[in-house]
Design a protein around this ligand. Structure first.
Ligand code: PLP
Length: 488
């Protein structure tokens, strides 16, 4: 909104005022004196009332009553602005400087724009594959899109076999079930993760043992992992599996982790729900473990609205997964069951969305990496912000841009998140570590140093809006707000 073009004085005629309202479509005019000091706003309704009082179109605005318009100062949050508008049933708020002149006008429609953490970003192919499913009546679970999506994803990450499932959580659950994880077994799992990594351990009646992060990648610490193995060996009970999580689009340091798993003869399952498209030493994230899992939940780098994939070099494991995921039906003309199964397959419609999405995965990775780069560069003047490190062996997708606020900051990460929320910007803390969760309070856990690295990260960490479909203007809005807030 151009302030000069909607500003009028008491000497302006009714006719001119109406003409400006008409041309500018601004909804209001700003009445100001010769020194450009703001007096009040004028709406269509104000002019209508003057006309009804008998004022003529050629007359000026001298007859307009003096009222106190609602005005605000620079720096007001969206939350407060919106509350004021609602309270006074208005759609515009002039922002005044110290001299009482209008700097800008906040419009209600500007306040409606939310910037979310990570939203689905569709390409141009999804419709076609979904339409195909409708045209051919392949609406049931399974069908050509499922087969093709499995094949296309496996080809993308260069692995031999893949099973499309209803969620990433289902994929982790099947992996544990196939590895024979059962009642009373131990399963090692990264502590800094989303609860879906650990819940399947409980589904199987096993007990999680949580492993700390290391500061270089924020992912599983080989040092903490070794401590846990030494302990388990001493207890005479090695874990049945190790779940290694790759956070926020970045692989864990796989070599030392796999060496340890090999040394103790324990299979590793890779939770790559957040790291599809990332690489570790040139090899695709998710392809290191005996099995790897991906998620296509709505907030992930590509989505099927909900879904997951289990991948492996071992065909038997993936066949077994497909069997268990379709209620464990034995090969018989009737319904014959010798094992308990699940209903965990992906539907043919959703696989169609996935086929479209995998065609734009490269672009999505580039876009997310770019979002991270822009934050890092534009906020480089704030040494209080430390960005999630990317070790030289890692090519992160930066699925989410993550950072921490240094200890010397006068505000906490919670303060910053709250301030962003007041301007309709969604930022989140890092995952709250599993060993700090009430449901897992009694589980053993092993730290990288004397104290927990992931607990410290959680206390100071923030994930910023990182969608591949976030516009440059939107990102600028986030950058400006953070910059202003931290340099107050
Ligand atoms: C999203 C996510 C999952 C679960 O995937 P769903 O498809 O939502 O079941 C598992 N682990 C991690 C680390 C995740 O971020």
């Amino acid at each position: 909104m151009n302030i000069a073009e909607i500003s009028v004085g008491r000497s302006t005629t009714l006719f001119d005022a109406l003409a400006i309202l008409d041309v500018q479509a601004s909804g209001i005019l700003l009445l100001q004196n010769e020194q450009r000091v703001f007096e009040r706003t004028i709406t269509d309704g104000d002019i209508r009332r003057l006309l009804l009082d008998g004022v003529q179109l050629q007359d000026n605005l001298m007859g307009l009553p003096r009222i106190e318009s609602i005005v605000v100062q620079e720096g007001i949050t969206r939350e407060v602005a919106l509350a004021l508008m609602n309270q006074h049933m208005i759609n515009h708020l002039p922002v005044l400087d110290e001299a009482g002149c209008v700097i800008k006008v906040i419009e209600r429609r500007d306040l409606d724009e939310q910037i979310l953490l990570s939203t689905p970003h569709l390409g141009s192919w999804e419709r076609e594959f979904v339409d195909q499913a409708f045209r051919t009546n392949w609406i049931a679970p399974l069908g050509p899109n499922v087969d093709a999506f499995e094949k296309e994803l496996a080809e993308y990450v260069g692995i031999s076999h893949a099973a499309a499932l209803s969620s990433g959580t289902a994929a982790i659950h099947l992996a544990l079930r196939i590895l024979g994880v059962g009642k009373g077994d131990w399963v090692f799992c990264s502590s800094l993760t989303f609860v879906a990594s650990a819940n399947p351990i409980i589904y199987q009646g096993a007990q999680p043992v949580f492993i700390d992060s290391e500061p270089q990648s924020w992912n599983m610490s080989p040092i903490a992992l070794e401590k846990a193995f030494v302990w388990a060996k001493r207890e005479g009970k090695l874990p049945k599996a190790v779940i290694v999580v790759n956070l926020y689009g970045q692989s864990a340091d796989m070599d030392p982790i796999m060496d340890l798993c090999q040394k103790y003869g324990v299979p590793m399952v890779e939770d790559a729900a957040e790291s599809l498209g990332a690489k570790y030493k040139g090899k695709w994230s998710g392809t290191f473990g005996v099995m790897g899992i991906y998620s296509f939940n709505g907030n992930k780098i590509i989505t099927t609205s909900g879904g997951g994939m289990l991948v492996s070099e071992n065909e038997d494991l993936i066949k077994k997964a497909r069997f268990l995921a379709t209620q464990a039906r034995d090969a018989a003309p009737h319904y014959e069951h010798t094992e308990i199964g699940y209903n965990y397959r992906m539907s043919n419609i959703l696989a169609g969305v996935g086929r479209g999405q995998i065609r734009v995965l490269d672009e999505r990775v580039e876009a997310r990496r770019n979002v991270f780069q822009v934050y890092k560069e534009k906020l480089a003047h704030l040494p209080l912000l430390k960005w999630m490190p990317e070790p030289e062996w890692s090519r992160s997708t930066h699925w989410l841009t993550a950072c921490t606020l240094s200890e010397d900051a006068t505000v906490s990460s919670t303060d910053l998140i709250r301030r962003l929320a007041a301007d309709s910007i969604e930022a989140r803390p890092l995952w709250k570590p599993m060993h700090m969760q009430p449901i897992f309070a009694s589980c053993p856990s092993f730290d990288h140093f004397e104290s927990s690295v992931c607990a410290a990260l959680f206390n100071r960490g923030i994930c910023l809006p990182s969608g591949s479909n976030m516009s440059a203007d939107q990102q600028e809005r986030v950058v400006e707000l953070i910059s202003n807030y931290l340099t107050r």
